[in-house]
Design a protein around this ligand. Structure first.
Ligand code: RIB
Ligand code: CA
Length: 313
């Protein structure tokens, strides 16, 4: 099987960085056509810089990086420095990037790529707020049916919220963009907190990254050492949840994951529950299924894959 063609849309973010490293270390599974940055964990000028820092860490400076939307469709930007640090990549000390950022806007790159590549051959891997994706769909509705699949990290059902009592960060930041995406008709696979909170970087798993002894392995260990604080304090969890790598790992080894095809709607009107993913996990409505909602993973298999692949860099 040829490698899947993907665009990674991202707001790095330490967990985004690990997801990107996994993709860049797996050329037999995926061809990264481009990386598009969006405002999210930190403002756009940092997410586009961090995306390039990660490409250089991986030694893959030929991957084009584009800057996209610097704020949600219709709301003020909410960021997460309290989780990811002021740079968004706190933990390791990585050099500023020297590779250029592309001049083209990320949204135009997404549109142009979907129009150029054969229909149904490009997968969108979305690791942050869905602003770039929704903007592309609104600007060029003809590209929607050309998308092979969207695999995104976002939302929650049993785990409810991490930024508010009812909402996960990526959906909370831009609920209108999420609504457009979930109503688009595209084949969507969702990695919610329900599964990512089971992908915890315990000390032995962190040691396995560090023991690689490579710049990427050591950097991953330092990144997760840093951003585990938030989840340890909030949830008492036994390590950092590797949210975004679930997206790129799914493209490599979908058998590691399990879930259900269900209906998912997005709350956009209520201030109290803004950004909630109303997931009909128990099938109590007759709303049509519009997403594969992942609830579980083989965590040991997931981490073994991560260590093996990142060890290649
Ligand atoms: O809620 C977790 C998600 O929000 C992850 O994608 C993290 O990187 C942040 O973007
Ligand atoms: Ca992210």
């Amino acid at each position: 099987m040829p490698p899947r063609k993907i665009i990674i849309d991202t707001d790095p973010g330490q967990d985004d960085a690990v997801a990107i490293l996994l993709a860049l270390s797996s050329p037999e599974d995926m061809e990264v056509l481009g990386i598009t940055a969006v405002a999210g964990n930190v403002p756009l000028e940092l997410t586009q810089k961090n995306a390039r820092i990660v490409c250089e860490l991986a030694g893959k400076t030929d991957v084009p990086v584009f800057a996209g939307c610097d704020r949600p469709l219709g709301r003020q930007l909410v960021t997460a420095e309290h989780v990811h640090g002021k740079t968004g990549l706190d933990g390791p000390s990585l050099p500023d990037p020297t590779m250029p950022m592309q001049d083209q806007h990320a949204v135009d790159f997404i549109i142009e790529t979907l129009r150029r590549e054969d229909a149904g051959t490009v997968t969108l891997c979305v690791l942050g707020p869905l602003t770039n994706i929704a903007t592309a769909f609104e600007k060029a509705p003809d590209v929607i049916e050309r998308v092979q699949q969207i695999v995104l990290m976002g939302g929650a059902y049993f785990e409810v919220g991490n930024i508010t009592p009812t909402a996960e960060f990526n959906i909370y930041v831009d609920p209108e963009a999420a609504e457009i995406t979930f109503k688009s008709g595209v084949d969507i696979v969702v990695m919610p907190l329900d599964v990512t909170h089971k992908a915890l970087v315990t000390q032995p798993r962190n040691d396995a990254f560090r023991d690689l002894g490579t710049p990427s392995g050591i950097a991953v260990a330092q990144m997760t050492d840093f951003f585990e604080r938030f989840d340890k304090e909030k949830y008492g969890s036994n390590g950092a949840p590797l949210h975004d790598p679930c997206v790129t790992a799914y493209l490599i080894a979908p058998e590691l994951f399990s879930g259900r095809r269900i209906n998912v709607e997005i709350e956009t009107r209520s201030d109290l529950t803004r950004g909630m993913t109303v997931a009909d996990w128990w099938g109590v409505t007759d709303r049509p299924a519009n997403a594969t909602f992942i609830g579980d993973l083989d965590a040991d298999g997931f981490f073994a894959l991560l260590v093996e692949r990142i060890g290649r860099l």
